[in-house]
Design a binder for this molecule. Structure first.
Ligand code: ADP
Ligand code: ZN
Ligand code: ZN
Length: 732
């Protein structure tokens, strides 16, 4: 008997596959990895066939038949299907999510997985005879075409118009041909060598990486800012491309790294296909198909590109591996870095994780010998990255957040014609609005979080839920009209610096002022050229940019991290500090970095400023070990939320009770900490609680969580509480 049952992954919250009968005519050809349209509830859904089998646990009479088979061949190869399966198991996601989540919308909707044909033109035999001698331009175009098939783009590049092409076609001197893009795959990518003299460390890194091609190896490339990691990537990529392999490059946020893309484009004569969230549906669909068909030899993408099908994949590069934007924070909460390592493992290809400030997880893997550990300790062109200097601001008269000595220093650098960056990670004019008479603070009712005051446009914004309201005229508590703003945001800093440094007006680079990747790319370009001497920047300016004229970076304040409840806050603070510091002194001129702090004695601040990031890593690792925190234990968090606090508390108590016997008898290696409210307990009107699970054994943790899902889903009456599991959470 034929295999006549398909097990299909459908996007639903239900944690199982769905069985359907395969119509007779499709039985011989249907394979795992193809999409089908199936009847579901009262409508239809597109799903992915995960297995073709002869058995079902349901009675056959109950099964419905597949309505349509949408693909002639599988969208994914076996390995890609395996990774998707793993994704579901590891992150406790319903199979529909795991198999379908990372697909372009159009493919989820059932559109054909086919690139449109390419339109070209070709001269007909004796076509020239059909054109009059007066039509000089038409004849010239015909001569230029010769025997070749040419595209509209090529015609235009050669200086001819579409109109000329139309005229030739009307007189039948040429014909239009449609070519399938599959026919034009060229696996050859030419690489432009710049003849750079590599540093020894760079050359060694390239050799070690390329020696690992064609097998699995995870490699941590730890290189100080400006050490030429990108050059190492490029030369390692060149080697893989030469072997006719494809390369996948994953970056945190494409909008923030236009320079990286440009550098690849300069070095490889191949279309660099990008896959990221700012593309529209059609662009993403086309880029994805190009990757799948092997037309794209280099794919640069953000986290959602991590499973892009690439038949010849030979190398994965993941830049800024510590960056939290690799972690998806809603629905399927995967970490693209960890998925990428798993993918490399299953596909037997090397993966390079690069960073100046590696995460503790990757660093731990490297020093344990699980990852190959490569270091670049020298800057490629310039002096060493500047060592930040801490400035104690206790008791200092601050002017909109800045100490007098800092202002003097800024004046010195600006007078010398250099660029200065003032880093402040707080958008808006002021972080709070307060009543001068009674101390009342204007808070968002949905979050119990203070509103940020924005001046342009003038309004109060909740940075937790996005709520926007007018600025109150009166105190809601005592009625006073003396509402003052408290603290300093980038807008206020801008207003102040504009006055203070009249000759060099500041440019504010934050999400409110610079919108969209076009504007950011343009701004970065101008800054790189030395325009805008004085910069005010948030996160947007922290990453990877190379500004040769920047000689002073001022970090207004990072003290928040020192009081945070999140055990990762200090790690993040030191990463940010090192990254921001690394923006200065990248040209011929040495750089200077000043960090203002109320806690200059803090050990991590001292380690960053007096030693280096590696010293911070060792220190933090010891601390994590003492407290048995990740990476010494694995963590998972159940996040629950509801409109009433009592409901969430009750839910947590109930879940704890349900799970207790299992933890006692089956999963003794799993510890469930008592439930506690999230640091930001109320957000957008919902009360949020966390339940932390920890274990030294990944397998037990995974099994216990599976059990937990079953227990919760089997309980009726818990439905007013929304919950989800976050494996390896990045924030608490
Ligand atoms: P990273 O990514 O490690 O911060 P980059 O790759 O941006 O560093 O390199 C910093 C600068 O040094 C870039 O302008 C790059 O072109 C240049 N560079 C890299 N390697 C070399 C080299 N071997 N010789 C000269 N310049 C180099
Ligand atoms: Zn809010
Ligand atoms: Zn008041």
């Amino acid at each position: 008997m034929q295999n006549h049952i398909a097990r299909v992954a459908l996007i639903t919250p239900v944690r199982r596959l769905f069985d359907y009968l395969i119509p007779n005519e499709n039985q011989p050809t249907l394979e795992a990895g193809m999409r089908v349209r199936v009847p579901f509830a009262r409508g239809h859904k597109v799903g992915l066939v995960v297995e073709v089998t002869s058995q079902s646990e349901w009675t056959l009479a109950k099964l419905k038949a597949i309505s349509d088979v949408l693909d002639d061949s599988p969208l994914f190869d076996t390995v890609n299907m395996q990774i998707r399966h793993w994704l579901g198991e590891y992150y406790m996601a319903p199979p529909g999510e795991a198999y379908m989540n990372l697909l372009p919308k159009k493919l989820k909707a059932g559109e054909p997985a086919l690139l449109p044909s390419i339109e070209k033109w070709q001269a007909n035999v004796d076509g020239k005879l059909l054109v009059t001698n007066q039509a000089k331009r038409q004849l010239a175009l015909l001569d230029w075409m010769g025997q070749r098939q040419v595209s509209l783009v090529e015609v235009k590049q050669a200086g001819f118009s579409r109109d000329l092409l139309n005229k030739l076609q009307e007189s039948q001197a040429i014909s239009r041909v449609e070519l399938r893009p599959e026919g034009s795959i060229s696996k050859q990518v030419n690489y432009r060598d710049l003849g750079l003299t590599l540093l020894d460390e760079q050359q060694a890194a390239i050799n070690r990486i390329t020696a690992q091609l064609n097998q699995f190896k995870a490699i941590l490339l730890q290189g100080v800012t400006g050490s030429g990691k990108t050059e190492v990537y490029i030369q390692a990529m060149a080697k893989a491309l030469q072997q006719n392999q494809q390369v996948l490059v994953l970056v945190p946020e494409i909008g923030l790294t236009p320079q990286t893309l440009q550098r690849f484009a300069e070095r490889f004569d191949s279309e660099i296909v990008v896959l990221h969230s700012e593309l529209n549906d059609t662009e993403r669909y086309l880029a994805w198909l190009k990757a799948k068909m092997g037309l794209a030899r280099i794919v640069v993408g953000t986290r959602s590109a991590v499973l892009a099908p690439m038949p010849d994949l030979g190398l994965i590069i993941l830049d800024e591996e510590h960056d939290i934007s690799f972690k998806q924070q809603d629905s399927l909460r995967y970490n693209a870095r960890d998925v990428a390592v798993k993918r490399a493992h299953l596909q037997q290809v090397p993966i390079v994780l690069g960073s100046a400030t590696p995460s503790l997880e990757s660093y731990y893997n490297a020093i344990q010998g699980r990852y190959l550990h490569l270091k670049l300790q020298q800057r490629a062109q310039q002096s060493q990255p500047p060592q930040p200097v801490v400035l104690d601001i206790k008791d200092q008269p601050l002017q909109d957040g800045l100490a007098p000595r800092v202002l003097d220093l800024m004046a010195k650098h600006l007078d010398a014609g250099n660029q200065v960056l003032v880093f402040l990670n707080r958008r808006g004019f002021a972080p709070a609005l307060m009543c001068h008479e009674c101390g009342w603070i204007y808070e968002c009712q949905r979050c119990d979080h203070h509103f940020t005051y924005h001046q342009s446009p003038r309004q109060a914004q909740c940075h937790q839920c996005g709520e926007i309201t007018p600025v109150p005229r009166q105190c809601h508590s005592c009625g006073s009209t003396q509402i003052i703003d408290w603290g300093v945001g980038t807008e206020k800093l801008e207003a102040f610096l504009k006055q203070r440094f009249e000759k060099t007006p500041p440019l504010r680079v934050d999400r409110d002022n610079i919108r969209g990747k076009g504007q950011l790319a343009q701004t970065l370009h101008e800054v790189k050229q030395g325009e805008h001497q004085l910069l005010i920047g948030t996160q947007m300016l922290a990453k990877g940019h190379h500004f040769p004229n920047l000689t002073l970076t001022v970090i207004v304040n990072l003290d928040n991290a020192l009081y945070s409840a999140d055990f990762r806050a200090i790690e993040r603070m030191s990463q940010l500090l090192v990254q921001v510091a690394g923006r200065a002194g990248r040209g011929d001129k040495p750089g200077q970095v000043v960090l203002q702090s109320h806690h200059p004695e803090h050990s991590v601040i001292n380690l960053v400023c007096q030693q280096n990031y590696e010293a911070v890593l060792s220190y933090l690792l010891q601390e994590r070990q003492a407290m048995m925190l990740p990476p010494y234990q694995f963590w998972a968090v159940l996040r629950a939320e509801a409109h009433q606090p009592a409901l969430v508390e009750q839910f947590c108590a109930q879940v704890t009770e349900l799970l207790k016997p299992y933890l006692q008898h089956h999963y003794q290696q799993v510890i469930l900490l008592p439930a506690f409210p999230a640091a930001q307990e109320k957000r957008a009107g919902k009360y949020r609680y966390l339940m932390v699970f920890e274990s030294k054994q990944r397998n037990q943790l995974n099994a216990a969580l599976k059990q937990l899902c079953q227990l919760i889903e089997a309980q009726k009456g818990l439905s007013q509480v929304r919950w989800l599991l976050d494996i390896d959470p990045q924030d608490i």
